[in-house]
Design a protein around this ligand. Sequence first.
Ligand SMILES: [Zn+2]
Length: 708
Amino acid sequence: MILRTCVLSAAIAVTLMSTSLPSAAQSAAQRAEQTANPLLGAWSTPDGVPPYDRIRPEHYEPAFDLAIAEARAQSQRIANDKTAPTFENTIEAMERAGRELSRVSSTFFTVASADATPANQAIQKAIAPKLARLSNETMLDQALFQRVDTLYKQRAELGLTPEQNRLLEQTHKRFVRAGAALPADARARVAAINEELANLGVQFGQKLLADQKANDVFLSAAEVEGLPADQLSTAAAAAEAAGKPGQYLFPATRSAAEPFLTAAPNRDAREKIWRAFSFRGDNDNANNTSAEIKRLVELRIERAKLMGADTHADFVLADSMAKTPDAAMELLMGVYQPALVRANEELADIQALAAKDGITDVQPWDWRYYAEQVRSQRFALDEAQVKQYMPLDGIVDAMFETTQKLFGLTAHERTDIPVYADGVRVFEIREADGRKVGLFYADWFARPTKRPGAWMNSIRVPNGLLGDTPIVVNNQNITPPAAGERALISLDEAQTLFHEFGHGLHGMLSTAHYPSLSGTAVSRDFVEFPSQVYEHWITEPTILQAHARNAAGEPMPKEMLESLLKAQTFNQGFSTIQQLSSAILDMRLHQLTELPADFDAGEWEAAQLRELGVPEQIGMRHRLPHFSHIFDGGYSASYYAYTWAEAMDADGFDAFKEAGNVFDPELAAKLRREVYEVGNTRDPAESYKAFRGRMPTAEALLRNRGLK
Ligand SMILES: [Zn+2]
């Protein structure tokens, strides 16, 4: 299972709460702006989609400014309402509010990630502080909070539906977790802490990027001998662009380091690349991140105490499916022990092969190279050969066919929808009876301005309150084919395709009435379940047999198919230990109640790894000095969520296997009803139990990873 960056929600979920009020307060100048700016006013596009064909970069900032002002006014109007608070004039009014802002935001943030031109980056930089200010103002607005709090205390007597009750509780919790319920001095301190944390996160990220750049490795022709042609040509071009023609440049990034470490026969060169990649943020220079880490953790401890939690981990997990750090740790340790056993078996295989090359002390920079030798001996898989049977179009057919078999949904390409870049395709998803479910924008190919990775985001979430038809976007970085050729993908890319479409279904199928409870707005340790469980269908032999075909239309040979599926469990001891050691250290670090004055992230990390018995040839997937997820990515005390969701997806798919039919209609209907449709209208643990009849166990995960 691959760790992907997935649901892009933080920036887009600024859907503040506000009504679409008439714009009577607007000045003539603003109205003129509005007529000239295609982002503002009504959109006369098919299905009311963003008019990307008419939007130019200079339209965004003025539209943001107007929409932010409108959202602020709407929020203040709710807060200062002279009548007593009711669910309708407060909670529901907040749901209706900020509509213009949410429209402008989702339109912009879609392109900000998929087409990060310098112009779009500049806009993002300019509006980020404005959005943060609005969010802080709203969440710490005492008049607004008092109304929410009054309703919260009366909630048993308000005659609310279960969803309304959930919305009230979630809204109240959001205010409380932002510090709104604290006394004035504590509130001010939390605001100051949040600001310092945000600055530290930015500083951490900037140091990391600077150190990564400083760690560029230039290699000679002799050092890169034996590398595949695609890596060589990329590295040669990069060196040339950097003014060192004839050399080979490898940046200290995962996407450059991992393929190099897998393929490079030159051991000294492997060590150079491994050191450059592993020591980012941990070098004896101005980019060392230890001071930022110490301060970040200290501030998180202080904030947790102000909020009345024992530790930062307790504070974070109170708003999750796992609920407590103990529950998360129990799963992590339950997988860790069998993974360690397997990792040591893998090490023995690697040592045996390395010994033939005269290597008696296998090092971290040797692991991937020798593991690849073991893999090719054992499975005889040639990635290039496999790709010949994996055309993108065929796998997309497989993806839509899976949706039809499970949920009766069909996909129909639309060519009348304006898109933001060449190559973006739009599909209308329909129910079996022809009713429109939503629009699915597919942006699968790489472009120079697209950020790396794969993700899903919503342009519009389905909801009953405003009657919106959903629009979801999937992004991936598949290499575009040469003119006239078929696009071919790897199994990993095919799994990603299914994964992101799983998020897309989650974003489209919600039946929630209220926008903020709709679609993928669920806790971090649940949001990957609908996407990861969907991945399982691409590795179903019947699906692959039907759709994995070469240019002549012949299906993938049986032996290749079997090897491909068997190889899925290869080297899983290594990957599991890498992932878990990062997750365990994240949790342990955020369970500390104080830091010693001489705290050093590197030393603390080394001591923890020794205590856990992590083989030094494996180490962590993300070492603390460059662990962006937890220091500038919003995943602090939450990296376990990947494993948590994997336990659910493995266990959830097992239900279909137990039924003896991976398209079992009754189970599929239950999966749709209890998981894809519910959004955040109830506790995710309840949703899982409603689908599976019980909470997940780690059994299926261990089996899928070949650890049992
Ligand atoms: Zn995901």
